[in-house]
Design a protein around this ligand. Structure first.
Ligand code: PRX
Length: 664
């Protein structure tokens, strides 16, 4: 690739560095890709000038039992927010991801499963997938799971996770996947919020050679529920002995022996719910983001095809977990809707060695590889040797998702992993958006390391200032999306008011993303990170309020304030300021106890990286904690604390700063 021109980029933490590289689309990409530069410009223009006509055409990429006659019926007006796409169409997602491929590609591999240990892998053809999904659906049906019922899935990255998702979709049940790293408490909250009567889990999970007691966690979660669940379906993964409650718990392999592998696909309206996925916001409990059927699948399939330039026969690997939205849209639904071969990985990047990703790429001849900056940064620290000892000749395209990718990591990914020949698609999106919104297309978009570049078809990003004024040209502001797209979430499960309040009230009439963003003179978008009280730790979203409420639940803690701080590997780390109850004394032991406490309350991903014991927190006279100041202290920006004159007790800040400085 050719290098050109200079520009600046923002490192995590807000530092600005100069970058010299501008990567043009290689000639062979421009000619082989579905979309080249001229194609992008023309299609984008058509998509925003006449969305009805554009999406009427795109909707045809999936099969419909009853065709739609209406395409777009959406309103972002506060008080009347309503999002409907293809609203009178009837379809089924499992039909689209499985059945419709059988005639043409029944013997093609649909899922390559790579186990935690390099000695374990499995290939599942579309025909086998059909049989597995139908069996799973019948097991659920025998337990009275019907259209509209919610089913919680708490599984490791094993093929049964995909079977279970598609089985729910086949029956019209709404799945709610809870990441298998979450604690029993977090799981219980998510089971009860959506009222699941069925939980699907495994005896244990296996990650990096370590076992995770999933069934025991489910048992502990159920104990905390006000009402018990009816059924727990347990997939055997490690063969561990686990407690089974008679009448409630059943081994999946035993139940599956009792059913046939034929099961009709339930006709679903385009706007019937497909899944709920809980995600963190700036306040309160995690929200149940609700996605529906038709628009979601059209959008997931379309973005998967164009962003990854997926061609027949390509081997595609997204390293996410199905517990996150990336796993939903880009391991399961998008790829399978396109008849792709998708790789599902149970393990971690550094087990048994730091070469694992690259060895898996060689083993399965992966062409398209999609991962997160945090993994790249961690592997970068291990040096080039683990990468260089593998071939990676099959690789054609690289992708990044979950957080801003710093240019250093981008260049390493490009130069070392991709040998300088693979474009990188830096894809910006969110749980709420269902699919990728801002991204390069590999045959169309020149790349700037650190920029998610340009909007996908149908997406109208805008930058607004604090008063909601739309900013033109090169500018920096808050990122909003001015009009709907088919993959957009429809509501917060059970709380439409919270949906409107969270996303449509800050800038009335627009969807507010919660991200800050800069647009350069070429119209490229540079996401600068969250502007709300959400932090992004290793690409995982965490509400500071959730960590705070876990901390204050500890008997020795009186008050806590949590902020993010720049972290070399994780992008952001968790910095907790903790005020103890009168009579309690700070100690190293208590620090460890609090970290363990948060892990137990929420899960390991929420573990605070730093805890600072603070006799007092900076508050306004009305008692509001001034997080702006705490953020600056956590970032070591002591000279930059801003106006502290409104503080009830300015002395508190000096204490905090001197404590922080002492730690350096
Ligand atoms: O801050 C943005 C960041 O991740 C947030 C969404 O997190 P989540 O809903 O967990 O979904 C992650 C996977 C889609 C966004 O608000 N983010 C995601 N992708 C990028 C990103 N920030 C910068 N660049 C990205 N490519």
């Amino acid at each position: 690739m050719r290098k050109q021109a200079g520009f600046s980029v923002r490192e995590p933490g807000g530092k600005t560095v100069s970058e010299q590289n501008y990567f043009h689309v290689p000639a062979e990409w421009a000619s082989r890709a579905f979309v080249d530069k001229a194609g992008y410009e023309a299609m984008y223009k058509a998509s925003v000038e006449n969305p009805e006509a554009f999406w009427a055409e795109q909707g045809k990429r999936i099969d419909w039992f009853e065709p739609y006659t209406k395409v777009k019926n959406t309103s972002f007006i506060p008080g009347a927010v309503s999002i409907k796409w293809f609203e009178d169409g009837v379809t089924n997602i499992a039909h689209n991801c499985v059945d419709r491929h059988l005639e043409k590609r029944g013997d093609q591999v649909a899922i390559i499963w790579e186990g935690d240990s390099p000695t374990e892998s499995r290939k599942i053809t579309y025909r086998e997938l059909a049989s597995e999904v139908n069996k799973f659906a019948n097991v659920l049906r025998n337990r009275d799971v019907q259209k509209g019922d919610r089913v919680t899935i708490y599984l490791p990255m094993i093929p049964e996770a995909a079977f279970a998702m598609l089985a729910c979709a086949r029956l019209g049940a709404v799945h709610s996947i809870v990441f298998a790293g979450f604690s029993p408490d977090s799981l219980a909250g998510r089971i009860s919020d959506c009222g699941s009567k069925v939980v699907i889990t495994a005896d244990e999970g296996l990650r990096g050679g370590r076992k995770v007691p999933l069934k025991a966690n489910v048992d502990a979660a159920i104990e905390r529920l006000p009402e018990p669940v009816d059924h727990v379906i347990v997939v055997r993964r490690t063969g561990a002995t686990v407690a089974m409650e008679p009448g409630r718990d059943v081994w999946y392999h035993e139940a599956a022996e009792m059913v046939t592998d034929e099961c009709p696909a339930e006709p679903m309206n385009a706007e019937d719910p497909l899944f709920i996925l809980y995600t963190s916001g700036s306040t309160g409990k995690p929200k149940g983001v609700l996605h529906t059927t038709g628009g979601y699948l059209v959008y997931a399939a379309m973005t998967h095809q164009y962003v990854f330039d997926y061609h027949e026969g390509d081997i595609y690997w997204c390293t996410a977990d199905v517990g996150w939205v990336t796993g939903h849209s880009y391991i399961v639904y998008g790829p399978l809707a396109n008849g792709a071969t998708t790789l599902m990985f149970e393990g971690v990047p550094n087990y048994p060695s730091n070469a694992r990703f690259w060895e898996v790429i060689d083993k399965h001849q992966v062409n398209i590889f999609y991962t997160a900056p945090t993994a790249i940064r961690a592997l970068m620290q291990a040096g080039e040797d683990p990468v260089k000892k593998t071939s990676r000749a099959s690789l054609r395209l690289l992708g990044s998702v979950g957080e801003p990718i710093n240019p250093e990591a981008w260049h390493w990914y490009h130069r070392v992993v991709g040998e300088g020949r693979c474009p990188i698609v830096d894809t910006w999106w969110q749980t709420e958006t269902g699919g990728i919104l801002i991204t390069p297309l590999p045959g169309a978009t020149a790349l700037k390391p650190g920029s998610a570049t340009r909007p996908f078809f149908g997406i109208v990003p805008q930058l607004v200032d604090a008063e909601g004024r739309v900013l033109d040209g090169a500018a920096e502001g808050n990122l909003v999306i001015a009009d709907s797209w088919p993959g957009q979430m429809r509501t917060v499960y059970g709380d439409h008011e919270r949906f409107e309040q969270t996303y449509f009230s800050t800038y009335p009439g627009k969807y507010f993303t919660g991200d800050g963003c800069r647009r350069d003179e070429d119209g490229y978008y540079w996401i600068t990170g969250r502007v709300d009280d959400v932090i992004n730790v290793s690409g995982h979203r965490m509400g500071t309020a959730e960590v705070e409420s876990a901390l204050v639940a500890h008997p020795k803690v009186s008050e806590a304030a949590v902020v993010g701080f720049p972290h070399d590997i994780k992008g952001q780390g968790i910095y907790a300021y903790v005020t103890l109850m009168a009579g309690e004394n700070p100690s190293e032991e208590l620090r460890k106890e609090l970290v363990a406490w948060v892990r137990k309350e929420i899960g390991p991903i929420a573990s605070p990286d730093l805890i600072q014991f603070a006799p007092g927190l900076p508050k306004t006279r009305s008692g509001k904690i001034m997080r702006r100041i705490l953020r600056k202290i956590a970032e070591d920006q002591f000279e930059n604390l801003g106006d502290t004159s409104t503080l009830a007790d300015p002395g508190v800040v000096e204490d905090l700063v001197s404590n922080r400085q002492n730690k350096r």
